[in-house]
Design a protein around this ligand. Sequence first.
Ligand SMILES: *Cc1c(COP(=O)(O)O)cnc(C)c1O
Length: 393
Amino acid sequence: MHIPFVDLKAQYETLKDEMAEAIRDILDSAQFIGGEAVASFERDFAAYCQVRHARGVASGTDALHLALRALDIGHGDEVITTAHTFIATAAAIVATGARPVFVDIDPDTYTIDPKMIERALTGRTRAIVAVHLYGQPADMGPIKDIARRRGLYVLEDAAQAHGAEYQGVRTGALGDVACFSFYPAKNLGAYGDGGAVTTNSAAIAERIERLRDHGRTSHYSHAEIGFNSRLDTLQAAILQIKLRRLDEWNANRRRAAEWYAVELAQSGIKTPFVQKGSTHVYHLYVIETNERDAMRNKLDQAGVATGIHYPVPLHLQPALAHLGYRQGDLPYCEAMAARSLSLPMFPELARDQVRRIAAIARAAAEQDGHKKLRRKSTYSPAALRAEAGKEWR
Ligand SMILES: *Cc1c(COP(=O)(O)O)cnc(C)c1O
């Protein structure tokens, strides 16, 4: 029996009638750009994120790009972020003309390491983009301390973390401005592309509104060159329905993660670590193993679909070769590229499916060559660098 990586059909089955009605209402209204459905979703999403303003945009990538532009970041500026993320995080920085500066991740949470940010600061640093990777908030306390001391902006890439919390505060409300994706497979997903920017600043919200709509201040007056990057009315109506179920879906993801943790305990496979005071919403359930490719093959042969997030760290991507990074520069990012394996994760995942997946992973971990991976106390960058020749690629 095949187990998919994500199952969007299972979710749609539970929403069918409500969706049909909402979509029919939009078709009947013949308003496809803007209108009350967009405004109403923006209000609900801002309230959900415990923040004053939300503005819908065309994608998560555009949310990042427009948010950076709204802060007037561009040529000559440096923006610090992690190399262990989706390409869009860096692509948005490059699109403004600014230079992405990559620093390493914490080897347990897989989010940007605040200590490494300190070392990367220069006179040109303008902002930090913290990625709440896999559904866990980055360590925002120390990141915001650095930013406050140095007068930098903090942006959240919250594309994988709708509804996650850091010390009781929701993602979207943790920095100066936050960027969400509603790509279909995200925790809150549209039926197509979509995204949002959230902020407590009215000025930033207004600037996003202008940038997403051709720099318009009125129908035929353009204060700046902007973009066509609006959230479709249909998608807003769909998202508004799904938003009401997000907490329930996130709770189901957490339940599945607990099942995995129970099944994989004692296996020597490194399972997700949740920082004290944070809630994880498990956009992805990512394990770490030095025999990643062998384990992935075994799961594949048994009909279990898996993913790798991400197989090439951004500092080693051909598209970013001009930045001049080399292999070995960011050991923990590179280790995750070689060792991470994403197991099936979606709210409808069943107990017996998790049991089956874990049994195959455990069996693979008992094969020769598999090493017990521990948390960071016994797992230093120097040790990783020494292993690099043997183990990575
Ligand atoms: C999905 C994702 C994006 C981009 O979102 P799109 O809506 O696909 O443009 C950006 N950053 C991260 C971390 C993501 O996972």
